[in-house]
Design a protein around this ligand. Sequence first.
Ligand code: 15L
Length: 265
Amino acid sequence: IRFKRLLLTGAAGNLGKVLRPRLRAYCDVLRVSHRSDLGAPEAGEEIMIASLEDKDAMLGLLEGVDAVVHMGGVSTEQPWEPILAGNIVGAYNLYESARKNGVKRIIFASSNHVTGFYRQDEVIDTRVPVRPDGFYGLSKAFGENLAQLYFDRWGIETVSLRIGSSFPAPVDRRMLATWMSYDDLERLVVAGLTAPIVGHSVIYGMSDNATTWWDNTYARHIGYRPLDSSDVFRDEVEARQQTIDRNDPVALYQGGGFVTKGPFD
Ligand code: 15L
């Protein structure tokens, strides 16, 4: 499948930067957006600066696009106000703009922090109750619920990606379980965009790691096959982090360091 026009939000963010050059292969025009400067457009791109909390700008941003890869918003635990603006108001503006413009498919960058308060000795699937590990995780749970509502009411399909840790390499023991390579990230996004019927589907974004806390059984229809694994980094990571403190919540819970972030005032 090749799209006429794909929209990538958060194009200057951590994963937006990774996806920007990769998504160009799947569409005639890649519309890239961020709230601030994005530099000059590359071949096959058009640039639109839009803030997620700006309703009018968002309406224009989604005009004429076939599908959206929504990487925009706050991506870490932060004070409530930026989370409210970027992830709650921003997600609402995105879905309202999709509805008004007739956009039918969204890939939503959710997060493993939606379920960050499950323990590292539990394996969970995508149907267990959410257990956010902070306001960031809570805002992503809101985004997933919003996606469900917009499918049930208006037939807008979403794949919510509960992304683990997508970095060049795993940097600690937790990431041996949560890591997803950039190539697997691309495979996951493309699978979400091209699967024929998704309704609202939830899938954990991870590579084919030996250690895992997440079971994607109920997302098999998406057809995502990870080809990388954190295992090639295991010796190096374990040598670097030789012990874990079993009483430290950071080692106990799936959300790792996020479970102790904040409060901020
Ligand atoms: C996230 O949701 C963050 O966006 C990312 O920066 C990582 O910290 C990741 O989770 C993680 O859990 O490692």
